[in-house]
Design a protein around this ligand. Structure first.
Ligand SMILES: [Zn+2]
Ligand SMILES: [Zn+2]
Length: 127
């Protein structure tokens, strides 16, 4: 493991904003000159293969990476693209479907869409 990869790991672990490759590259690139985007991508994919990170697929947008590998769910802001974690025992208890097609469902994660606190219109007081 190179110094650059270690720096990437230190930056990634503990983040809860589900960064894209580009976001991580931009954040680490400042401190680690010469760290290229392909290395960031390969390192993240390796972490996923090792079970140390998860991909969060956002339809129509760049894949996000999540250092939290416990079962959890996500809130996606439709305006700014922010992704927040949701931990909810009731959601975790969902039964995996066993459709007649023969599809074998193994895992799931629920993605809720809406507006984050920063993007939602401010609630006005009722008079
Ligand atoms: Zn937002
Ligand atoms: Zn997450």
């Amino acid at each position: 493991m190179t110094v650059q990869r270690r720096a990437l790991l230190a930056e990634f672990v503990g983040r809860t904003d589900h960064p894209t490759v580009d976001a991580l590259h931009a954040d680490i690139g400042r401190a680690q000159a010469g760290l290229n985007r392909a290395t960031v991508y390969r390192t993240l994919e390796t972490l996923v293969e090792l079970g140390l990170a998860r991909r969060v697929a956002v339809h129509g947008a760049a894949c996000r990476y999540d250092p939290c590998v416990e079962r959890h769910h996500h809130l996606l802001c439709e305006r700014c693209g922010a992704v927040e974690d949701v931990f909810d025992a009731a959601l975790d208890a969902l039964r995996l479907p066993r459709p007649a097609s023969g599809f074998v469902a193994r895992d799931f994660s629920v993605l809720f869409t809406g507006l984050c606190a920063g993007c939602a219109p401010r609630r006005t007081k009722a008079h």
